[in-house]
Design a binder for this molecule. Structure first.
Ligand SMILES: Cc1cc2nc3c(=O)[nH]c(=O)nc-3n(C[C@H](O)[C@H](O)[C@H](O)COP(=O)(O)OP(=O)(O)OC[C@H]3O[C@@H](n4cnc5c(N)ncnc54)[C@H](O)[C@@H]3O)c2cc1C
Length: 378
């Protein structure tokens, strides 16, 4: 039987970064993915690194997002040095564009909200915004500049983390479908991969939107997929320098000149097909924000599945099965939360305690509710 200190189910950004951290801490790590690693949400993402909450429900993740943001420069430097590959990290800030007639009130509300959460945000006039980004639509009323935010090319980052993990000794198995966890009493002893039993002291479920399909993990990781459609444009005479947020759209420039635009949020099961309505929404909103994109060439269109939890917060931490740890449910912020997730899981496994409060994200908030409702039914 293959034996590891840690067996990880899922080699997206979350699973592979945990594997890297643990291998660097001297542990023997097996990383299992049912397909080519890194080809699900971590491939489909836009790669925006923004701890700012998109809605009130996401305020609970702000401290985690800020902690991860602080780790990012060092994390990128480490990964790029380990594997010798670039990750397309751009620390140029992001710009939220306001076009409403009530721009002044909106601006002061957004700034106050950000400052209340300890996030840097600067109000900009329309002229200042257009000086930073000359191709913005002409009727911009104001903007919010968030100087500490950034973006990364998530596909490059994913490949770089996997290469770094491999170099650091992680054994990566592709085409290896995890069927279930292996339970003995109240302990988790590893995984069943296809029909093979894998033995491990610690087991991590990091299978993104598919985590609930792993038998034994479903009660701890009741995630569902939230489809996001994306497009990529190339427009040689138009440049945007930083991530732009508009109404129902964000635009993300890559170092190679591509501009990504996204994203829809749809609950359509595991279906990743593109829809006419979803694509129209993205094209129209992108052209609204930067009119020159009317002439852009469409380079690529795709969709991916964000792992969403019932309360839209990450599911992160140990369970009541000794040895079983869950790391999923990162929903719209999994790229941002990659370094902190890896750090927390590494601290928990190697030190038995973590230096950041992660209780709020415990998988037991779902497992306990599930057990209580089963007890009531009996
Ligand atoms: C369109 C879109 C835009 C996004 N934009 C952003 C953004 O701008 N910023 C941000 O921070 N986040 C963003 N996200 C969210 C982010 O991409 C995800 O939260 C993150 O990638 C989740 O990573 P993961 O490793 O948990 O999941 P995934 O990347 O989905 O990886 C899970 C892995 O598990 C494997 N797997 C599944 N089942 C099994 C099994 N049974 N056995 C073995 N392996 C299995 C899969 O093959 C996959 O490789 C976006 C997501 C989408 C879809």
């Amino acid at each position: 039987m293959k034996t590891f200190d840690v067996a990880i189910a899922g080699a997206g950004l979350i699973g592979s970064s945990i594997a890297l951290e643990l291998a660097r801490a001297g542990l023997r790590v097996g990383l299992f993915d049912r397909q080519e690693p890194g080809k699900e949400a971590s491939w489909a993402s836009a790669g925006i690194l923004s701890p700012a909450p998109e809605n009130p429900g996401m305020i609970a993740t702000v401290p985690l997002g800020k902690a991860s943001m602080a780790l990012y420069p060092e994390f990128i430097a480490l990964v790029e040095e380990l594997c010798g590959q670039e990750t397309g990290y751009r620390a140029k800030g992001t710009l939220e564009v306001i076009v409403s007639r009530h721009a002044r009130e909106e601006l002061s509300t957004i700034i106050a909200l950000h400052h209340g959460l300890g996030l840097k945000a600067e109000p900009l006039s329309a002229a200042d915004a257009r000086e930073l980004e000359p191709d913005l639509r002409e009727d911009v009323e104001a903007a919010v500049f968030r100087p500490e935010e950034a973006s990364v090319d998530n596909r490059l980052l994913s490949g770089a983390i996997l290469a770094s993990a491999r170099k650091s000794g992680v054994e990566i198995f592709s085409g290896a479908r995890v069927e279930s966890i292996r339970c003995e009493g109240d302990s988790c002893k590893g995984l069943v991969v296809d029909t093979e039993k894998i033995n491990s002291a610690h087991t991590v479920i990091a299978s993104g939107s598919f985590s609930a399909q792993i038998a034994g993990a479903e009660q701890y990781a009741p995630v569902r997929p939230a489809k996001g459609q994306m497009i990529s444009l190339v427009c040689p005479d138009t440049r945007i320098e930083r991530v732009l947020w508009g109404d129902d759209i964000y635009l993300v420039p890559r170092n190679d000149g591509r501009i990504l635009a996204g994203a829809t949020v749809e609950y359509a099961g595991f279906d990743k097909s593109l829809t006419a309505g979803g694509q129209r929404k993205l094209f129209c909103a992108a052209i609204d924000l930067v009119p020159a994109f009317e002439h852009a060439r469409v380079e690529e269109t795709w969709a991916g599945l964000r792992p969403d939890s019932p309360d839209h917060l990450p599911i992160l931490g140990p369970t009541d099965l000794q040895g079983l740890i869950i790391a999923t449910g990162h929903f719209r912020s999994g790229v941002l939360l990659t370094p902190i997730t890896a750090k927390l899981v590494r601290e928990y496994i190697t030190l038995k305690s973590v230096r950041t409060d992660w209780e709020r994200f415990s998988p037991m908030r779902f497992a306990q509710a599930e057990k209580q409702s089963r007890a009531r039914a009996n």
